[in-house]
Design a protein around this ligand. Structure first.
Ligand code: UDP
Ligand code: MG
Length: 316
C-alpha cells in the first residue's frame, strides 16, 4: 500500500464528506493504493455515523473511535499504530489542509528520501490571536530542538516514512513537537513544504489559549527527556552531589569556628547565629533530595507501559 492518511477528528461532522471525496479524487487520479484512517476522538456529534456511511461506500476507509475525548496526540498515535501504507500522511479533518498536497509530499518521502516532511502554512488564514503567538512558539521550538529549518512545527499536514511513525510515541499534547520526537528517535532528514491553508469552513477550533502555556511546558519536558530522559541521574546526581558538598563544607566551617571559639577567651561563636549553619542545613537537605529524585527518575524511565493504552469503544 502506498499511502495511509491518518485523520484525527473531534466533532467535525460537516467537513467529513467533502474531505473524503477530495482525498478519494486525489488518490484515484494519481493511481495510489491507499487507506484513510479516521480516528474519532470522542466526538459528541454525528461524526461517527457520517464515517460509517462513508466507509460503506469505500472499503479503503477505516476508523477507530475513542470512548471519550483523549486529545489530538492520542488520536494520532492510535492512527499511527494502525497505518499500513509506506508513506503515512496526517491531516486535520476541518478542511484547513488541502489533499492536493499529497502527491508532492509522497514524492518528497519516496524520491527525495525525507523521513518526515512538515507542512508550512506560510500564508495562514487564522485570527491574529493565533498567528502571532505561533511565531514565538516556533522560534522557541527551533532553538530548543535544534531543528533549524522548520517554520511551522504544529502543522497538521505532515508526511512520514512508515518506520518513523512506528518508532515514535505521541502522547499528551506532544503532537506539536512530532519533528522533535522524530529527531530524538534518530531520524535526521526532516524537511518542509509550503502548503496552502484555508480558513475553517465548518465548526470551531478545538484548542484554546491554554495551548500556549501547555505548549511551552511540553517543550521543557521534551528538552529534558532528550537530554536526561535515559539518564536522569546525570543531572540530579550532579546537582545533588554539588549541593551536598557545599552543605558539607558549611558544616565543617561551623565546626571549626565552634572549636576555635571554645578555646578562646575573647571570641564567642554561636552556631545558630552563623550563616554557615543555615547553608549547611539547606544544602545538605536539598542535595539528598536531588539525589533521591535522580534514583526515582532512573526507576521510572524503566517502567512506563501504560502511557499509551486507551479504552477503544469500536474499531474496524
Ligand atoms: N482534534 C482532535 N481532538 C481534539 C482536538 C482536535 O482530534 O481534542 C482534531 C480536530 O478535529 C482537527 C484537528 O485535530 O481535525 C485540528 O484541530 P483544530 O482545527 O481545532 O486546530 P487548529 O486548526 O485550530 O489549530
Ligand atoms: Mg484547524
Amino acid at each position: 500500500m502506498d499511502i495511509s492518511v491518518v485523520i484525527p477528528l473531534f466533532n467535525e461532522e460537516e467537513s467529513l464528506p467533502e474531505l473524503t471525496e477530495w482525498i478519494e479524487r486525489v488518490m484515484n487520479s494519481n493511481g495510489y493504493t491507499y487507506e484513510i484512517i479516521f480516528v474519532n476522538d470522542g466526538s459528541t456529534d454525528r461524526s461517527m455515523d457520517v464515517i460509517k456511511s462513508l466507509a460503506s461506500k469505500n472499503p479503503n476507509i477505516h476508523a477507530v473511535s475513542f470512548s471519550r475525548n483523549y486529545g489530538k496526540s492520542p488520536a494520532l498515535n492510535t492512527g499511527f499504530r494502525k497505518a499500513k501504507g509506506d508513506v503515512v500522511i496526517t491531516m486535520d479533518a476541518d478542511l484547513q489542509d488541502s489533499p492536493d498536497e499529497i502527491p508532492e509530499l509522497y514524492r518528497m518521502i519516496t524520491s527525495d528520501g525525507y523521513d518526515l516532511v512538515s507542512g508550512w502554512k506560510k500564508k495562514r488564514y487564522d485570527p491574529l490571536s493565533k498567528t502571532l503567538p505561533t511565531k514565538l512558539f516556533n522560534a522557541t521550538a527551533r532553538k530548543v530542538s535544534g531543528i533549524k529549518n522548520l517554520h511551522d512545527f504544529n502543522c497538521g499536514l505532515k508526511a512520514y516514512r512508515k518506520d518513523v511513525v512506528k518508532r515514535i510515541e505521541v502522547y499528551g499534547d506532544m503532537h506539536r513537537y512530532i519533528p522533535y520526537l522524530a529527531k530524538n528517535a534518530g531520524y535526521k532528514k526532516i524537511g518542509e513544504k509550503v502548503v496552502h491553508h484555508q480558513a475553517r469552513k465548518y465548526g470551531v477550533t478545538k484548542f484554546g489559549l491554554d495551548r500556549f502555556v501547555n505548549g511551552y511546558l511540553d517543550l521543557a519536558t521534551l528538552w529534558f527527556q532528550s537530554k536526561f530522559g535515559i539518564k536522569p541521574m546525570h543531572i540530579f546526581g550532579l546537582l545533588g552531589s554539588l549541593m551536598f558538598m557545599i552543605g558539607f563544607l558549611a558544616v565543617v566551617t561551623v565546626l571549626v569556628m565552634k572549636l576555635v571559639s571554645m578555646n578562646s577567651e575573647t571570641y564567642h561563636f554561636y552556631i545558630t547565629k552563623s550563616v554557615y549553619f543555615y547553608l549547611s542545613l539547606a544544602f545538605m537537605v536539598l542535595g539528598v533530595q536531588f539525589f533521591c529524585t535522580g534514583f526515582i527518575g532512573e526507576m521510572i524511565t524503566r517502567n512506563s507501559p501504560e502511557r499509551n493504552s486507551y479504552l477503544i469503544s469500536e474499531e474496524f
